[in-house]
Design a binder for this molecule. Structure first.
Ligand code: IMP
Length: 179
């Protein structure tokens, strides 16, 4: 079916990843995670706001015992060599000894994840991995292993399925890229 472009604020976006393709990829990722974390009762940490839709669809396909919690990252920061470090807000769970899987909407430069990982490691988890809906491999500026990526994409700005442009577009079922 032809999908017309959408306009958000000053930009036009064209269809890029239809919902069907997204859900297929999420299902494959969920099967991998269910296999790899069998018997480990992983704790998924969904990073708000962007990952809410991904986290919801992923969880429905996870077939092993698991928990999920939701965190945010502060917008203020202290400066480090990597740039701004955002602090974790809202983490109530005991992390020590747990197998943690961070759920992200998109890993672009990797600054966000690079700032988050040391904060989690300081809490002595048994393991930490990253599961992201989208990865922009050409944009990544850190030596971090993104073990689980549902889809790799080119270096385009995208919206929809939880991802926003200035707060808008999160409600779109499909993912669109800027024209
Ligand atoms: P990073 O720190 O550069 O890896 O970027 C991570 C964050 O930037 C994501 O969690 C998004 O909130 C935002 N972001 C990066 N690329 C895009 C995009 O193409 N569309 C919408 N948000 C994006």
């Amino acid at each position: 079916m032809h999908q017309p472009p959408v306009t958000i604020l000053d930009k036009q976006f064209s269809i890029y990843l239809p919902e069907r393709k997204i859900l297929q990829s999420v299902e494959i990722l969920a099967a991998r995670l269910s296999h790899d974390y069998q018997g480990k009762q992983p704790l998924f940490l969904s990073v708000l706001n962007g990952s809410f839709m991904f986290a919801s669809d992923l969880m429905k396909e996870i077939s092993i015992d698991c928990e999920i919690s939701f965190i945010r990252l502060s917008s203020y920061a202290d400066m480090q060599s990597t740039g701004k470090v955002k602090e974790i807000i809202g983490l109530k769970e005991e992390i020590k000894g747990r197998h943690v899987v961070i759920l992200e909407d998109i890993v672009d430069t990797g600054h966000t994840i690079a700032g988050l990982l040391p904060q989690l490691h300081a809490k002595e988890p048994a393991s930490v991995e990253i599961a992201t809906l989208l990865l922009k491999p050409d944009s990544l500026q850190h030596r971090i292993e993104i073990k689980y990526a549902a889809l790799s994409i080119a270096n385009d700005f995208v919206v929809g399925y939880g991802l926003d442009y200035n707060g808008l577009g999160r409600n779109l079922r499909d993912i669109y890229k800027v024209l």
